[in-house]
Every structure is written in structure tokens, then in C-alpha cells.
Design a protein around this ligand. Sequence first.
Ligand code: NAP
Length: 305
Amino acid sequence: MSADPIHTLSDLDTWSFAGTALAVLGHPIKHSVSPPMHNAALAEMSKCNARFASWKYFRFDIAPADLPVALEKLHVRGFHGINLTVPHKIIAFDLLPDVVLSARPIGAINTLLRTKGSWRGYNTDGYGLSNAIKEELLLVLGDKIDVLLLGAGGAARGAAVECIQSGVRSLYIANRTASTRDALIAQIKPLAANVPIHGLDPASLPNNLPENLLVINATSAGLKPTDPLPVDLTAFPRPRAVFDMIYNPSETGLLAQARALGIPAANGLGMLVHQGARALEIWSDAAVPVDAMRTAVHSAMKAHA
Ligand code: NAP
């Protein structure tokens, strides 16, 4: 586990760090591996550029109700960039008027860059997802791929927009609660002029699903060992690959089933690394050492285990 202390809102009243501060805000934040990942990258970047020697990434446990005041205080204290994790991504989108165009259809932001009077919001999760899928499953979303997306929460919303913007051939969205699935589809349909979108019940899939689907799990089913599978991989034609956004545990029930069936599969660690790398590029305007971030994340995960 990371040795970085967990800061709270009240620490900002006496904040005295003199360098360039970055931070992740979440609730809970105990298990975040973002501080070791970003601090490893900054250590590597400072070898070539001395300005990064004074940069440091912190973590804060901030309750949802405290997010507005936390963002104000972080700005007053001179923080340069912020990452947001559960449950802040959608709350911050609703709070901040300045959100880059690419993040607006998602309705959630995970990266903030300091501006003169406030913060500009970005969402780097879709970039992380498509880069991880390319790197680990050797698939390009826009390359005639049919996608079965599991889930309809915040992560699924980002994934659906990424699939549409990348030009997947078709998008099937399965979620156990029909109302949240239908709300997501209604929200993204206007963006998807050329991408057919279908809503499904994961417990009773139709028998005409395409072969070679890329399955993306964006549900939280799999976080606990007792969780049910978000979908049974034998209930439809053999998929070409499975990507599970969950990275802790490193092998969910869904990934274990994929492995047993010989289907290429990857967990969400690569997505975490690439979304973080993109955020650090936004803050630093410099090349980012993705390998150092990956190594740091792997060590932090081992320490967690
Ligand atoms: P969220 O907004 O709370 O959405 C949770 C989703 O999971 C909903 O669709 C929910 O379905 C579904 N779900 C929960 N428990 C389930 C179960 N037992 N069986 C079937 N479906 C279930 O969460 P989120 O922010 O979208 O995050 C989802 C997952 O993605 C989390 O595990 C998160 O850690 C992961 N994630 C990873 C990365 C990364 O960088 N690797 C980035 C973002 C998110 P209902 O609508 O039916 O409740």
C-alpha cells in the first residue's frame, strides 16, 4: 500500500507545500494507487527537466458534500491539477462551467487543470480505455469492432461515448437495471448518428448477437469474490476478447471465465495507467514516462495484496 498520507479538507487551512502540487480527491481514497504512479512519473521526468523536481502528487479524502469548498481551497492554495475519483466525477461536472468539448457528452470529469480563477474539466478515462485495449488486446475500437458494454453507470457512460466517438461498428449495452440502461441509451443516441445502439438484459441475451464481440465490463460486479458474473460468456457467440475495467482484484470472475475459455482478456490496470498519463500530459505539457507509471502501479498493487 502507498505510504502517502491521506489528507483531509482541514489540512488545506494550514497547507505549506511550496512546490507544484497535484492531488487526487475521492471518498474513500485509501486504496488509490494514483499517488505512487504519478510521483514515480514525476521523479523520472525531473531527471530530464529540473522543473518537475518540485512537483508532488497528494491524496485527499473528501466527502461529496465538501467537494465545492475543497475545490475552492485547493485553488487558493495554488494546486495546479486535480484528479477526481468515485464519487466526484459527475458532481464536479455539474459544478464547473468550464469543461472541454470532448468531455461534455460524457457528463463526468476526472481531471482538472488550474485556470486563472477556477478549474477546467477534462475526462481522460476514454483515452485510457482505448489505449489499454489497443496495447493489451491489440484491438482498435474504430476497426470494425462490435462491442458488448456491460453496465450503465459513470464508467459505462465514458466507455459508450468513447466507443461512439471511435466509430465502433455497433454497440450493445447490457445492464441489470433496465431504467438506467435506457436512460444511458437515450442520452448517447443523439451522438451516435452512424453507430447502431441496442439495449440488452444481461440475464436473457437474444440469440442473434454477432460473433467476435469485444466485451467491456464497466460494472462493479467482480470487485467482491461473492459477486455474480456480469454476463455469462458462454451465453452468446464466442467473443473475440474481454476487457474488465476492474483491476483490484487483478482477476475477476469474468476474467477467470475468459481465461478458462481461452479468450484474450485484460484487466483495468492499463486503463488506469493511460488515463493517468494523459492527465499528467495535460498538467505538464510534457512527454510522460508511461512505463515508469506502469511499474509503479504494479509495485503498489503487489504491496496491496
Ligand atoms: P457506478 O456508477 O456505481 O456504476 C456501477 C454499475 O455496475 C451499474 O451499471 C450497476 O448496475 C452495475 N452493477 C453493480 N453491481 C452489480 C452486480 N452485482 N451485478 C451486475 N451489475 C452490477 O460505478 P462506475 O464509476 O461506473 O464504476 C464501475 C467500475 O469501473 C468500478 O469497478 C470501477 O472501479 C471501474 N473503473 C475503472 C477505471 C480504470 O481506470 N480501470 C476507471 C473508472 C471505473 P445497476 O444500474 O443495475 O445498479
